[in-house]
Design a binder for this molecule. Sequence first.
Ligand code: NAI
Length: 353
Amino acid sequence: MATTSESARVDRSAPILHAINDQASGLRGVIAIDSTNLGPAMGGCRFWTYETDGLLAEDATRLAKGMSYKNALADLPLGGGKSVLQVPSQPFDRAALFRAFGAAIESLQGQYITAEDVGTTVADMQNIREQTRYVAGLTAQPGRAGGDPSPWTALGVFVSLQVAAEAILGRELKGLTVAIQGVGAVGGRLARLLAASGAKVIVADISHARAEALAQEISGQAMTPSEIVAARTDIFAPCALGGAIDAAALANLRARVICGAANNQLAEGVTPAMIEASGIAYMPDYLVNAGGIINAAAEYLGESDAQVETRVRAIGRRLASVLDTAQQTGRLPHLVADDLAEAILHRETAIAP
Ligand code: NAI
């Protein structure tokens, strides 16, 4: 197979970018390895259309760094990486493309482990698996971790909400109001967990029918996506797309805490000073939404569901310690989390891939 993989280390703080190319299948993209200090780099494969190769590489670099932080704070024996592939502009054989991608991963001899991300599916992972074992996100085996990560992500967000409510509002979830933006795989499960714990739940989704049906099921309230941002609520849980917390949202939100599953919740241009001025406590997204990668990592490491649950529940303890440090130092929780992730990443605990 004509897959090529070349690497170039730019500087110590930059990731290694492996360019991947296979003309026969149309495969083109990069595997970005941000850090292997804690173990082989793990992070999903994004299959997306980018205007330029530069933008693709930039996205891969940013996402790989995010995975280093996420994996470090989740106490996983894994570094951070991400692959980003360009969707071919011409008709292509998807199975052949992902098999070629599997060969590219195999050529890195275990330095990078992939899984699903935006644009990729279980079927894609199965095609990758034909060429390499460095892949997770396959169909779950009985008694083993794996399969749909959403319930674990929802549980991690739920325990984080419990911790944030206690630390910031001095309350348990029972009786508090939580507004969930986006009730898909994660948001829907989170809504049910919250309702069962006695919280009042407000939901919104661009599919209003989905929000209405869920509100009815859990005796909650449905709002439109624009209404929910200004809803009278204690906690706002972004569980739709990234970038939900922009300047307008910070100005309109009446919640005192932001804690949700969405990746990259802070929109570009939102500065720590803006968050501080809003008076809203923002819980670091990559810390609270680590349940999905914990599940994928456990699948790769051959762990059980019980081990996944232990790790997911530990997200709450990690958040509690971040909030404690934030309170003692007067720093914002997401900046404390970044520093902690850096400290963990640079401990001398190298594990061979
Ligand atoms: P999903 O696609 O199942 O659900 C997203 C929901 O948000 C959909 O129901 C969609 O209609 C709704 N939505 C989209 N734009 C909206 C808007 N402007 N206002 C209100 N609703 C809107 O996705 P899933 O899996 O539930 O993921 C949700 C978020 O959590 C994503 O940002 C994802 O990257 C992140 N995440 C998911 C993980 C998982 O295990 N599924 C793991 C870690 C992060």
